[in-house]
Design a protein around this ligand. Sequence first.
Ligand SMILES: C[C@@H](O)C(=O)SC[C@H](NC(=O)CC[C@H](N)C(=O)O)C(=O)NCC(=O)O
Ligand code: NI
Length: 146
Amino acid sequence: MKYLHTMVRVKDLDASLRFYRDLLGLKVVKQKDYEAGRFTLVYLAAPEQEAEAQATGAPTIELTYNWDTEAYTGGRNFGHLAFEVDDIYKTCQFLLDNGVTINRPPRDGHMAFVRSPDNISIELLQKDGALEPLEPWVSMKNTGEW
Ligand SMILES: C[C@@H](O)C(=O)SC[C@H](NC(=O)CC[C@H](N)C(=O)O)C(=O)NCC(=O)O
Ligand code: NI
């Protein structure tokens, strides 16, 4: 068995591509419209896994955009999508500068949480453990629903 992808339904494809592609830095490896089903699928991979995902289709996130509006409720059982980053402070500062709420700041130089446009929880983990404590991150409080 092999892990392939996690599918996330999104309400606004442009907003989600701005978040996952332009801000998080994921790479689109496949995008396809399905006229009959009236939906679009977009597969994205982390930059370090782009070549593997292009070749095998995995590991990816599969964004599903239904052209006809649906209410996506419930789903509390779904936790988060986790990514390893090279510098959690630089990543969080870039997201902050581009309007993303840092719900759980990287006070410990190790772990942070943000939310996607659909309020999907995104965990950011520092590669190789933790960076040295750094203000203002050490003193930042959690924001939003946490
Ligand atoms: C190609 C493969 O990776 C898929 O996941 S396609 C699965 C298929 N998706 C859809 O039909 C998308 C549109 C649909 N309206 C939806 O929102 O799911 C599917 O079977 N989806 C059902 C599901 O439970 O995922
Ligand atoms: Ni799928």
